[in-house]
Design a protein around this ligand. Structure first.
Ligand code: PLP
Length: 357
């Protein structure tokens, strides 16, 4: 059975040596030494100043939205994982969907201004598959209309744009360190702020909004544990080699697949890819499902990612129509990809797909 992804597990004894340190100190959570060490390592790897290691990639989005002065309309992308929309609804705001660019699959900046009203508070866009949103155009619009920019960078770890971590753009970027992601801490996430003025608020927000007996505002439990940090400390030094191994898998797919009948996203100029996903777009939904069923019959599980287009979620009423996102989401599959995927499997998967094409 070949799944769409497989969690990378570091050396067992190394992980146990971290567990030993945890046992020695009897300190399991509350911003302990390993969480702090991981936070420091992540700041250095990403070259950012204000990064907060948190419980998962969803709570960090909620924390970012919590920093807005009040709920309102949030301009967002329909082509992302459901968490991106859920957090907006969870925080009592209204998602306003703006369609994606047909080449990059990230939010189309040319359509953003028409969606801005006096209730708009922020733009929440996703760096889909580790591709970069048009950060310059979005920043310009946000400045003009005084909006906060939040990037859901759950796919963006290890990717760079013009030599800078993709996670360093926007007012806030968030990341997920879930076990299915390129770099993981089992469960985990981080929020990165680009301005020191948020430091104290994010610190407090992550830990119930109080410091000792001083209570400042409504916070939440956004913390993560020493046990999770230990997994991150094992995995972080391996990121460059994991990305290199993924690149080799992606390059082989690119070489072998029949591109007369397939499309892929256009990676933006200046992007240093992280090879987090391998999406392919077929000619029709029928073809997509035919390929998926054929692969499943051969014990290979690709994933419809993302499907459905989020403006089509059944619990949303009267969401904006987004023809490009709706179309792509019907025709896209992410192929199996992880650092340890044997190249002979990539050959077999490619051959099976080409057969159907
Ligand atoms: C994985 C993911 C999330 C959620 O992250 P968790 O750590 O699972 O909470 C949010 N947005 C996107 C785009 C994701 O891929």
């Amino acid at each position: 059975m070949i799944n769409v992804t497989k969690t990378y597990l570091p050396d067992f004894d190394q992980y146990v040596s971290y567990l030993r340190k945890i046992w020695d100190k009897s300190l399991l959570t509350n911003n302990g030494p390993l969480a702090q060490e991981l936070e420091q390592g992540l700041k250095e790897y990403l070259n950012v100043d204000h990064l907060y290691f948190c419980g998962n990639g969803t709570i960090v989005l909620q924390m970012a939205l919590k920093l807005l002065d009040e709920p309102g309309e949030i301009i967002t992308t329909p082509f992302s994982y459901v968490a991106t929309t859920n957090v907006i609804l969870w925080e009592n705001s209204t998602p306003v969907f703006v369609d994606i660019d047909s080449h990059t699959y990230c939010i189309n900046p040319d359509l953003i201004e028409a969606a801005i009203t006096e209730r708009t508070r922020a733009i929440l866009a996703t760096h889909v598959y580790g591709n970069a949103c048009d950060v310059e155009a979005i920043e310009k619009i946000a400045k003009k209309h005084n909006l906060i920019v939040i990037y859901d960078g759950a796919h963006a770890f290890g990717a760079t744009l013009n030599g800078r971590s993709l996670l360093s753009y926007g007012d806030f970027s968030t990341c997920s360190f879930h076990a299915t992601k390129l770099f993981h801490t089992v469960e985990g996430g981080a929020i990165i702020a680009n301005d020191a003025k948020w430091h104290d608020k994010l610190h407090l927000l992550r830990a119930f909004g109080h410091r000792g007996d001083d209570y400042y505002f409504v916070g939440i439990n956004g913390k993560n544990s020493e046990v999770h940090a230990a997994m991150g400390l094992c995995n972080l030094p391996l990121v460059p080699q994991l990305i290199a191994a993924r690149k080799a898998v992606c390059d082989l797919y690119t070489e072998l697949l029949d591109w007369n009948h397939l499309e892929a996203p256009q990676w933006v100029e200046g992007l240093g890819r992280n090879y987090a996903y391998y999406p392919v777009v077929f000619e029709s939904e029928t073809k997509t499902l035919e390929v998926r069923d054929f692969l499943v019959k051969n014990e290979i599980t690709p994933r419809r990612y993302f499907y459905p287009s989020l403006n089509k979620l059944p619990f949303l009423k009267d969401a904006e129509s987004c023809p490009v996102s709706e179309d792509i989401s019907l025709r896209v599959l992410c192929l199996p990809l992880h650092a340890e995927l044997p190249h002979e499997d990539v050959r077999r998967i490619s051959e099976l797909i080409n057969q159907i094409l």
